[in-house]
Design a protein around this ligand. Structure first.
Ligand code: S3P
Length: 171
């Protein structure tokens, strides 16, 4: 980190709007936007589902941790992350030490609706009954996002309202 500013880091379960919000906030603030998933895909030259297929989830988690460290070492930015980045305790510590961590959350029904509208790009959901798998993962990850500095419920909020709220945390 440089310049005395802190990164703005968005965490949250799949479908909570991290990338959409983060990209818009970075544009508004005119600061870089880094997304750990997109950066990995660019580095690899192929998609996350393809990576899961070839190397499995554990390898993905390691790569994700490496990419997080890389993003945090760069100049202050809005950093958006994959929903599972919080599973690794080291990642949680790194994020808290290097930025303001904002947790975007939504209720299960909203998440299910959103992920069903997205491309079939989420390997943890592919081949599963989405409702059941989302509920299972949400349960498994209960409490994992609680280390955040702030939590914003996106369930009933407009995108603009969420963006306006997140922007305030850039300091
Ligand atoms: C994952 C979420 C995905 C992506 C990968 C694993 C997870 O990102 O990192 O498929 O474990 O929750 P999004 O949260 O952007 O969907």
């Amino acid at each position: 980190m440089q310049d005395g500013k802190r990164h703005l880091i968005l965490i949250g379960f799949m479908g909570t709007g991290k990338s959409t919000v983060g990209k818009a906030v970075a544009e508004l603030l005119q600061v870089p936007w880094r997304d750990t998933d997109l950066s990995l895909e660019t580095e690899w030259g192929h998609s996350i589902p393809e990576y899961f297929k070839r190397y499995g989830e554990n390898a993905f988690r390691q790569a994700e941790t490496g990419m997080l460290a890389k993003c945090l070492a760069e100049k202050p930015a809005v950093i958006t992350t994959g929903g599972g980045i919080v599973l690794h305790p080291g990642n949680r510590d790194l994020m808290i030490q290097n930025g303001y961590v904002i947790h975007l959350q939504a209720d299960a029904n909203t998440i299910i609706k959103r992920v069903k509208q997205d491309d079939p790009k989420r390997p943890l959901l592919a081949g599963n009954q989405v409702e059941k798998k989302v509920q299972e993962l949400m349960q498994e990850r209960e409490g994992y996002y609680d280390f955040a500095d702030f939590t914003i419920d996106t369930t009933a909020s407009s995108l603009q309202k969420i963006i306006n709220e997140v922007v305030q945390y850039w300091q």
